[in-house]
Design a protein around this ligand. Structure first.
Ligand code: GUN
Ligand code: ZN
Length: 462
């Protein structure tokens, strides 16, 4: 039996260098002890959340070869190795790894770009930045940076936009593969209304995506997403080819943007006059379904909510992005009422933080502005098991059930002086959790375990 720690963040080496001798280790056992919080099962109503939370004051989690083999109250007889092999985290909180259901890795370097709403922001900032990813070496460096950012923010699963360049997909999957991280990603499809240097064609987009599916989909923990950027940058032919590809590979994902910004919606109406609204452009080509994730959905019409529900499509709610680009307020309450699955997305680089804690903080405010309340427990659900459910991965991820993949994090609820002070006045778990979401950020991520292995450990004290 081997009990190994790896900590690329600590070693300050590239993930490639740090991990190359670890992915194949067998009989890897990881044993952690501390307070544990997870959700027992996915829910379909807000009212079911609190009663399905599981909190254990002194818990034990044992992972073997990447899977959870025991989770429950501390019991020394369940420790498979020597007592010294137990990693004990008193005063911390062990929770499932966070799930980011919408993020762009080739935008990390232009996060926080000033002054524009969606369409001008794309032209001025996003497109020129994405051009750099034609260079595989640049893409590899940024994939390494991106995955490190995810880990240091406690995110263990992500649904990721790459660029139009197949090399950008290779770079990200190579990096994720080295640490056996569950990543869903795909090559962007764009054959109109973008700079020439970022365009593919309906045929080349189809063929490159198909080759990437063959190369990466279900390789280890990696999954592929067919990724038309959004309706305005794809011709009808390209969307038809995307639908054909989805028909050929029904278990791959579809990942795109939908109804984010008013000017974007008007543009779609002009570009696709024969359709009954924005979503219908995708639906018409077979791009809705239980593995389709639509980012934003801020301004949906009633029949579009119905279509999402009927087709079991999911939404990525991206509050920091929607506020930063002035896009609008996502009606989270409505998604519950209409029975549409929702996960949280950072949407970096229109989103302003990799931190799921900060993303939940902004989600709370978005709800407040609509006279709605996002409870601490609902926020926790959306970032963990609810996110897994929105990605149709809740049978594998999102809580501590035995047999699930051992992606989990250790949160430090007292990482900063302000949090420590605030915690003095918190009366219960719900209040402490809410304070953590409101005041916390990457400083609260004490360590991150991917596939049962320590992949990030925070250094030093604040
Ligand atoms: N719509 C089309 N492309 C993008 C993008 O890169 N970011 C966001 N936020 N919305 C988009
Ligand atoms: Zn996006």
């Amino acid at each position: 039996m081997v009990s190994r720690k790896i900590a690329p963040g600590k070693a300050r080496r590239s993930i490639a260098a740090a991990q190359c001798n670890v992915a194949n280790v067998k009989n890897l056992t990881t044993t952690v002890r501390g307070a544990m919080l997870d959700m027992a099962r996915p829910v379909s109503a807000r009212s079911e959340i609190a009663s399905n939370l599981r909190f254990i004051e002194d818990g034990l989690l044992v992972a073997q070869d990447g899977l959870i083999v025991y989770s429950g109250p501390w019991d020394s007889s369940k420790v498979p190795g020597a007592p010294e092999s137990v990693m004990h985290f008193p005063g911390k909180l062990i929770v499932p790894g966070f799930i980011d259901t919408h993020v762009h890795y080739p935008q990390a370097e232009m996060i926080g770009a000033y002054g524009e709403q969606l369409l001008d922001w794309l032209n001025q900032y996003a497109f020129p930045t994405e051009q750099r990813y034609a260079d595989i070496e640049y893409a590899r460096k940024m994939a390494d940076f991106f995955v490190r950012e995810l880990l240091r923010n406690g995110t263990t699963t992500a649904l990721v936009f790459c660029t139009v360049h197949p090399e950008s997909v290779d770079a990200l999957f190579e990096t994720a593969q080295r640490i056996d991280m569950r990543v869903i990603a795909g090559k962007v499809l764009m054959d109109q209304n973008a700079p020439d240097y970022l365009l593919d064609t309906a045929i080349s987009g189809y063929e490159s995506s198909k080759a990437l599916i063959e190369k990466w989909h279900k390789k280890g923990r990696l999954l592929y997403a067919i990724t038309p950027r959004f309706a305005p940058t794809s011709t009808d032919q390209q969307l038809a080819m995307a639908g054909k590809l989805k028909g050929e590979y029904p278990d791959v994902y579809v990942h795109t943007h939908l109804s984010e910004n008013r000017a974007e919606i008007d543009w779609v109406k002009d570009l696709f006059p024969g359709h009954d609204g924005y979503l219908d452009v995708y639906h018409h080509h077979g791009l809705t379904g239980s593995r389709s994730v639509f980012a934003h959905c801020v301004h949906l019409r009633d029949h579009e909510w119905k279509c999402l529900s009927d087709t079991e499509s999911a939404i990525a709610f991206c509050p920091t992005s929607n506020l930063f680009l002035g896009s609008g307020l996502f009606p989270l309450k409505k998604s519950w009422e209409r029975g549409v699955r929702v996960g949280m997305g950072t949407d970096v680089g229109a989103g302003t933080s990799f931190s799921m804690l900060q993303t939940l903080n902004e989600a709370y405010k978005v709800a407040q502005l609509q006279n709605d309340k996002l409870s601490a427990f609902e926020a926790f659900y959306l970032a963990t098991l609810g996110g897994a459910k929105s990605l149709s991965l809740d049978h594998l991820l999102g809580n501590f059930d035995v047999g699930k993949e051992a992606d989990f994090i250790v949160l430090d609820p007292g990482a900063t002086p302000l949090l420590q002070k605030r915690n003095e006045t918190c009366l219960d778990l719900e209040q402490r959790l809410f304070a953590l979401f409101t005041l916390g950020d990457d400083r609260c991520i004490h360590s991150t375990f991917v596939n049962g292995t320590l992949a990030f450990e925070r250094e030093g004290k604040i």
